[in-house]
Ligand binder design. Structure first.
Ligand code: CA
Length: 244
């Protein structure tokens, strides 16, 4: 299954070799078990402002920047863009709720994936659409020695955000590697789209409530139910990439 996935990737991207040197990790739903708190705070904030939404919608929007999510809600409800003031005040409300709900718990198995990546000599970077200082600043404490601030891509760095390839292209640049020298680890359909659009071998972990098919349709090269399962297969993936 892994060999076939790599063959499909090479064919799709017109590459001859997959030779991983870096792993670009998404943050919410991959490194932190935080997506349910994001979904809950987005949904409550949207409801307060009579914006049309369901809790599941925010798993489909996951990966977008806050501004872009708010714009989508305004387009859906009022068929117009949100004003700068609406974007600012709604994002602030959502952030206050998120910080109240979020327990900051690490995603089970994520530390094992990081350790396995490091053991196979790969750089580890974070590429997130998040602008939540509460989690970004906590990364070094949760996963000491894995992420350097100057090598992170966050909402503060990007113009477009996922599903645009820009955040992952920036991640490649910060890692100093080519698209066929990296893996993306993502849990959200738009994040998977962004990784694939950047030409990177994209591993999905379905840590949320969406159907697996949504992540496969987004273009995921491999799919795991959680980070623990990915950690267990890590060596196999590396060996398959090396063609042994
Ligand atoms: Ca995510």
């Amino acid at each position: 299954m892994i060999h076939e996935a790599i063959a499909r990737y090479l064919h799709r991207q017109h590459q001859t070799v997959l030779s991983p040197k870096a792993v670009l990790f998404d943050m919410d739903g991959v490194l932190y078990d935080s997506m349910r708190f994001h979904a809950r705070s987005w949904y409550e904030t949207a409801t307060r402002h009579q914006l049309i939404a369901t809790p599941e919608l925010f798993y489909l929007y996951e990966g977008r920047t806050g501004d872009s999510t708010i714009n989508e809600l305004y387009q859906k409800t009022f068929q117009r863009d949100a004003t700068e003031e609406e974007k600012r005040s709604i994002y602030e409300e959502k952030a206050i709720l998120f910080n109240r709900y979020n327990d900051g718990k690490a995603m089970p198995g994520a530390a094992d994936v990081l350790k396995a990546a490091k053991n196979s000599g790969l750089q580890t970077l974070v590429v997130t659409g998040s602008g939540q200082h509460s989690l970004i600043d906590k990364l070094e404490q949760t996963y000491p020695g894995y992420f350097k601030r100057e090598k992170m891509v966050t909402a503060f760095d990007v113009k477009f955000g996922k599903p645009h390839p820009e955040p992952y292209l920036m991640g490649l640049e910060k890692a100093g590697v080519q698209a066929n020298e990296a893996f993306v680890v993502e849990n959200a359909p738009m994040g998977v789209q962004a990784g694939v659009a950047a030409g990177i071998f994209t591993i999905a972990v379905n840590t949320g409530p969406l159907d697996n098919q949504v992540l496969l349709d987004a273009g995921a090269d491999l799919l795991y139910p959680n980070m623990t399962a990915l950690a267990e297969d890590w060596e196999k993936i590396i060996r398959a990439a090396k063609g042994v």
